[in-house]
Design a protein around this ligand. Structure first.
Ligand SMILES: NC(=O)C1=CN([C@@H]2O[C@H](COP(=O)(O)OP(=O)(O)OC[C@H]3O[C@@H](n4cnc5c(N)ncnc54)[C@H](O)[C@@H]3O)[C@@H](O)[C@H]2O)C=CC1
Ligand SMILES: O=C(CO)COP(=O)(O)O
Ligand SMILES: [Zn+2]
Length: 353
């Protein structure tokens, strides 16, 4: 008897384009959301987006509550939950980069409340995914979370954000190549749950982004458009899979370990991009696609070396040799790399000198 079943939870409205920030109130109306929102944001996004959106709500007779978070931690999720309860919020609006949106989606999951995703940077593919990513002690959790009821992505705001945030988003997408390689390997070796549709969508998203790399230039609003569509497509792949597998493999473990060893040194997307170069080498050796990944990253100004990440060579080696312990996710790293092998891959790919 066939007993398999699945829920694929996706947003109802995806609104992308120039100036759509001013349509958040209309989106709320369209979703029939009532009551007071709690905006979950971080310091700069509060100024560039949350404040003007709050003014639009006030003009419509709705007084939003606002909470500002600095880091993606379980404590921050807790603080948002407490604020939502104290302010009697009816729904949440995550306004910012990956951290603010992750916190909002995890808090809304706990509160059993709807949430809207309003990205202010095209820097990560968590914009509409149903996962949250949070460090906890020595590990990093990929937590089931509420997917947004709607996404409102204003390409004007995204294009005005610092260019490196957009190149980080591109690198987060390019890393899908190696994430999917790891997923297929884990399917073959460990029979993990696997979706051919999610894997194909994830790879195709990376391919389309790389094919359009010449459209991705600083200050061009069209670049924000191209990158944001890719970030959302990658998020849909995660939602279809019901896991971050299509977009997170060994290159993400490497980045998560760097977050522990060198906190704040580089952006998530940039770290996973460099991790992806080395992971591609581990998968395919010298004839593999590692040079294509490196060249794709370089073509959109993303870092390809430890020095460009602002991370020293020894930290890269430590991250490579320990990151398989971050979570129970089978990847090309298997049960871990020894130091000589780590030095070899990092040197051969030019990540360290
Ligand atoms: N849940 C998921 O599926 C995914 C989650 N992530 C998570 O997202 C986080 C990485 O996202 P990021 O956006 O790189 O980090 P982030 O949220 O820390 O943002 C990076 C910086 O950009 C600033 N910023 C955002 N918008 C800005 C604007 N318009 N102008 C000026 N500054 C602006 C932020 O204030 C912050 O200082 C990580 O925690 C990562 O694990 C990443 C991918 C997928
Ligand atoms: O960053 C992600 C996808 O780009 C997902 O993060 P995790 O590695 O925590 O699942
Ligand atoms: Zn990522």
């Amino acid at each position: 008897m066939f007993e398999k079943s699945t829920w694929i939870r996706l947003p109802r409205n995806v609104v992308v384009g120039h100036g759509v920030r001013s349509e958040v109130v209309d989106v709320i109306d369209d979703l029939h959301l009532q009551g007071r929102p709690l905006f979950v944001t971080s310091p700069t996004p509060r100024e560039v987006a949350a404040a003007p959106i709050a003014a639009d709500f006030e003009a419509a007779g709705i007084e939003p509550a606002i909470v500002t978070i600095e880091e993606a931690t379980f404590d921050a999720v807790e603080r948002v939950i407490e604020t939502a309860e104290a302010e009697e919020a009816a729904y949440l609006v995550g306004i910012g980069g990956g951290k603010a949106i992750d916190i909002a989606k995890m808090a809304s999951h706990h509160l059993e409340m709807g949430f809207l995703s309003v990205p202010t940077a095209a820097s990560h593919d968590g914009i509409l995914s149903n996962r949250g990513s949070v460090p906890n002690g020595d590990s990093r959790h990929s937590v089931a979370a509420e997917p947004p009821l709607a996404v409102v992505a204003d390409t004007g705001i995204l294009a005005d954000a610092p260019w490196e945030l957009t190149t980080a988003g591109c690198a987060d997408i390019i890393s899908n190549y190696t994430a999917v390689m790891d997923w297929r390997l884990a399917k073959r070796l460990k029979d993990v749950e696997y979706s051919e549709y999610a894997a194909a969508l994830s790879e195709m998203t990376a391919e389309i982004l790389v094919d359009n790399a010449d459209l991705i230039r600083p200050g061009l609003e069209e670049s924000a458009w191209v990158v944001t569509k890719a970030l959302m497509s990658s998020g849909v792949a995660m939602s279809i899979a019901g896991s971050s597998r299509p977009a997170s493999g060994a290159e993400h473990l490497f980045s998560h370990q760097l977050d522990r060893l060198a906190p704040g040194a580089a952006l998530h997307g940039h770290q996973v991009g460099v991790g992806s170069i080395m992971s591609a080498y581990l998968h395919g050796g010298d004839r593999g696609i590692w040079r294509d990944i490196r060249d794709a990253l370089a073509s959109i100004d993303a870092p390809t070396t430890a020095a460009e990440l602002g991370i020293d060579d020894e930290t890269v080696i430590e991250a490579l040799t320990t990151c398989h312990e971050i979570r129970d996710r089978y990847t090309i790293l298997g049960d871990g790399m020894n130091e000589r092998a780590a030095r070899e891959v990092a040197t051969k790919t030019g990540v360290i000198s």
